[in-house]
Ligand binder design. Structure first.
Ligand SMILES: [Zn+2]
Length: 493
């Protein structure tokens, strides 16, 4: 149970971090007595939706309300703070999805508040309600009794029916920016006498991704140490540093499968989270890719790490790098279906070591893409013209094909991003589309020609294409959008 999060839960609007426009609007409405009878608070987790809902519930009922703030000491405030009495009802829609739960509320609504002025209903994760429950709620919202105030909170507003949204006053809670969160954590650490350096706090902030709740929970875990340094913070958060990624990549590149698996077992045993490790490793691979593409970027690494990064970018063949990236991207997806959280990373590592991809015979220069194209051509020149390209080879080269497509036909590239490369056997590509208009676009003769020309030129052989309309069901293929995004970054995808 995160103690800090409970202890530091703001009790007044002024204590809430950021969300200025929401606090100001609500305080003014409370002070003027013009508040609405149904609110919708949306935003990601840990941004203050439930906290603000509770403050609002007290403020509108407070006997000594001042400038829209609750006093937190009158009987009404105390009742709400201690969750005693029947006038504040909090429902977690995630576990109370049914229509009968909403009916209970409507029954409850018939009675006037027992002590407070208004009965307040806070419905958390309201998007989880069933259709019937939403209908029942809608009826209530259409004609709410004067003594009732509804505050609906959700992390997924797109799942809330428009009919409900239109009956509410909506406030969108923003993620807490890193600067504000860091300042806040510094303040809390000082008050709690937690000895933690700024570097470690920054790490906590990065891991929290804009959620105050997550930031405080992490700080809570860390506070069990006497003094916290970066290494401890990294170990506890399961964040592996660049050095670990570099060591791992060296093992993969030297095809040392046993070494790579031992390395994984060692770090997982030390408490590193496999999912986080995979994420960090992909982030590192992206840096290697950028460097091998000749991109001049500031990666905020120290000198020896930069040197290692450049060395690895020079050592790993462009196409093999793409292949490794694809393997660990797949691992990222496989966590959801794997019975064992280490397994997807271990499989990716083993495959990276065992699978022979096309290997260049000369050292790879900084322009990895060009080199790997040459590499493909070198290998392709040996067999006859109508040679068969293996599926693995097509998958590995997919990012390059996309890049060529982007250069030659950006509109078609935009379509392709939404397409899933399902299989590529015997020079026959099956492209899976979620939507008919994507399928139609790909089947357009001109577009098909462009795509085939790129493929045929790239692999120096003849390809054929097939498009199928099939939603969701993904075979073991390539998610083009994920590849485009992860490999080229948002600017290119
Ligand atoms: Zn009060």
């Amino acid at each position: 149970m995160p103690v800090l999060y409970r202890d530091y839960r703001p009790k007044s609007f002024s204590e809430v971090i950021n969300q200025e426009h929401i606090k100001t609007t609500l305080q003014k409405a409370v002070a003027a007595g013009t508040f609405a009878h149904a609110y919708l608070f949306t935003g990601t987790r840990g941004t203050g939706k439930t906290t603000v809902a509770r403050i609002l519930a007290r403020a509108i009922n407070c006997a000594k309300q001042k400038n829209g703030e609750p006093c937190n000491s009158c009987d009404n405030c105390k009742q709400f703070l201690n969750s005693t009495g029947l006038d504040l009802v909090e429902i977690d829609a995630a576990s109370n999805t049914g229509v009968e739960n909403i009916r209970e509320i409507t029954e409850h609504l018939k009675f006037s508040p027992t002590r407070a002025k208004y009965k307040v209903f806070i419905i958390d994760e309201v998007h989880m309600l069933s259709k019937g429950a939403f209908n029942a709620l809608l009826k209530t919202l259409e004609e709410p009794p004067a003594h009732a105030v509804f505050i609906l909170a959700t992390t997924e507003v797109h799942k809330v029916p428009a009919t409900i949204i239109s009956r509410t006053q909506r406030f969108d809670f923003k993620k807490i920016d890193n600067t504000s969160l860091l300042e806040y954590l510094e303040e809390v650490s000082k008050k709690e006498k937690i000895k933690i350096d700024k570097e470690s706090l920054e790490l906590v902030v990065n891991s929290a991704e804009g959620s105050v709740r997550d930031a405080l929970s992490i700080l809570d875990k860390l506070s069990t140490f006497d003094k916290i340094d970066l290494a401890q913070a990294e170990a506890l958060l399961g964040i592996t540093n660049v050095i670990a990624s570099q060591k791992f990549l060296d093992l993969l590149n030297s095809k040392d499968a046993a070494g790579a698996l031992n390395f994984l077992s060692e770090i997982f045993n030390s408490g590193v989270d496999p999912i986080q490790f995979n994420k960090d490793f992909l982030e590192y691979l992206r840096k290697v890719l950028m460097i091998s593409l000749g991109a001049d970027m500031d990666f905020a690494l120290d000198q020896s790490q930069i040197e290692n990064l450049k060395r690895q970018a020079g050592e790993i063949k462009g196409q093999h790098l793409m292949y490794i990236i694809r393997l660990f991207l797949r691992a990222n997806k496989d966590f959801a279906i794997s019975p064992n959280v280490e397994l997807p990373v271990e499989i990716a590592a083993a495959e990276a070591c065992f699978t022979e991809t096309v290997v260049a015979s000369k050292p790879v220069a900084s322009k990895a893409l060009e080199t790997s194209k040459e590499t493909v051509k070198e290998v392709k020149k040996k067999p006859s013209v109508d040679k068969i390209v293996s599926e693995a080879e097509v998958f590995a080269a997919w990012p390059e094909v996309l890049l060529e497509l982007k250069e030659q036909a950006s509109t078609l590239f935009a379509v392709m991003k939404n397409v899933y490369l399902q299989s590529a056997e015997n020079n026959h590509l099956i492209l899976q589309c979620d939507f008919k208009f994507h399928k139609d676009a790909l089947e357009n003769a001109k577009n098909k020609d462009v795509l085939l020309k790129i493929l045929n030129n790239h692999f120096e052989t003849e390809f054929s294409l097939e498009t199928i309309l099939q939603k969701k069901e993904r075979a073991e293929g390539i998610d083009t959008q994920a590849v485009a995004f992860e490999v080229f970054g948002p600017e290119l995808s």
